[in-house]
Design a protein around this ligand. Structure first.
Ligand code: THU
Length: 132
């Protein structure tokens, strides 16, 4: 992974955040996955009037990647509107753990402060993920 990839990935997440459909929470989120072959696959949150049907940005990105035949990932970036860093929800952590290594870097930033991103790992966010 090249040195500038966190920034590139965060910028891709910030761009796709503009497509978020979040009329209920007004909390727009974008996510970008770096695949093992260097491609970037993005996704945004898509809300629904039946709130429980909402899809988070991370799962939108992951499902788009899987549907396009990409199943191995080097890193994920997540960006949200405003000042808040959008740490992935529990459901997304578990879904990411299905395909991604615990060592995979997770970059989290607010749109207002992309450069102040935090870098953690999936294993740090979800130790002892459930597995069959
Ligand atoms: N959301 C995400 O897309 N990703 C996260 O990491 C946390 C929450 C979305 C779901 C919903 O549309 C909105 O943020 C408020 O919960």
């Amino acid at each position: 992974m090249s040195e500038n990839s966190p920034k590139k990935l965060l910028e891709a997440a910030a761009r796709v955040m503009e497509n978020a459909y979040a009329p209920y929470s007004k909390f727009r989120v974008g996510s970008a996955l770096l695949t093992d072959d260097g491609a970037i696959v993005t996704g945004c949150n898509v809300e629904n009037s039946s709130f429980g049907l909402t899809n988070c940005a991370e799962r939108t990105a992951l499902f788009a990647a899987i549907a396009s035949g990409k199943t191995k990932f080097q890193a994920i970036a997540i960006v949200a509107d405003g000042d808040q860093k959008p740490y992935p929800c529990g459901a997304c952590r578990q879904v990411l753990a299905e395909f991604c290594s615990p060592k995979m870097p997770v970059y989290v930033a607010s749109r207002g402060e992309l450069d102040a991103f935090e870098s953690t790992t999936l294993g740090n966010l979800l130790p002892k993920a459930f597995r069959l």
